[in-house]
Design a protein around this ligand. Structure first.
Ligand code: SF4
Length: 252
């Protein structure tokens, strides 16, 4: 079953397309937990669940009762009619990890329909789940923000860094770029080595570094040291505009 957690029309807040008006679909479920990020959220049952800043879209066990089960592609396509959208507005598919549905027939039908309607589709993915570009050529028309997880996620290396997957996506997609969330306190030689061990799998792919944080205060604290890091390494700095503007609010 495919699950949608929420949808909202906003501007892209981070990465290469920062500032672009975009309709977001947040899908439920992920192949990781990333408890190292230390975000806590109270589930409907009252249990406090540890994870990333979108733990409510990751942890099926505790949050699925708030997710919307999707039974056909029209239910997803009908979301577009709920908003007053400019023609061909960008569509961003996020989560959780949207590619856990990468082989799902409803999901593929949805992608094809969006493409035929002229929308640019961007995936926000952890870059660890492979894609069959020959079986599903629609993925060759999509953009991939590869937010490969660093060791601060507490996920094991073999699970979070899949060199074959990174190479496959970067080589076959319409466009791909790396996107890393970085805490000022973790900027040191080992971080540089860690990023190098990921980007080596696709050396021509551009790198965007964003300040880590689920709140405006955290983002602001991490911004200046990260800009200096980007200057030194030749990476692109990316703001997290949605957090800077709307702070901890969700669905904006
Ligand atoms: S991979 Fe992304 S969505 Fe999944 S748990 Fe980690 S940070 Fe959250």
């Amino acid at each position: 079953m495919l699950y949608l957690v929420e949808h909202f029309y906003s501007i892209q807040g981070e990465g290469r397309y920062t500032g672009t008006p975009s309709l977001f679909f947040r899908f439920g479920g992920c192949n990781m937990r990333c408890e190292g990020f230390g975000c806590k959220e109270k589930a409907p049952s009252g249990v406090v669940v540890l994870g990333c800043d979108t733990v409510y879209a990751v942890n099926k066990e505790h949050f699925a009762q708030n997710w919307i089960p999707i039974k056909n592609a029209h239910e997803l396509l009908n979301v577009l009619a709920l908003y007053e959208l400019p023609t061909n507005v960008d569509i961003v598919l996020t989560g959780g990890e949207p590619l856990i549905y990468g082989n799902d027939a409803i999901f593929i039908e949805f992608l094809n329909a969006l493409h035929i309607k002229g929308h640019q589709i961007t995936f926000e993915t952890n870059g660890s789940l492979d894609i069959d570009f020959e079986k599903y050529p629609i993925y060759k028309e999509c953009i991939f923000a590869l937010s490969v997880k660093l060791s601060n996620s507490n996920e094991p290396f073999h699970k979070r860094v899949r060199g074959d997957v990174i190479y496959n996506i970067a080589s076959n997609a319409k466009e791909a770029f790396f996107k890393f969330s970085i805490d000022a306190d973790s900027i040191d030689l080992s971080l540089e080595e860690e990023i190098d061990s990921i980007i080596i799998h696709s050396q021509k792919t551009k790198v965007y570094c964003m300040p880590l944080g689920g709140s405006k205060e955290e983002v602001e604290r991490n911004t200046e040291p990260l800009i200096e890091f980007c200057k030194a390494k030749g990476y692109n700095f990316s703001d997290r505009l949605h957090i800077r503007v709307w702070d901890r609010n969700k669905g904006v």
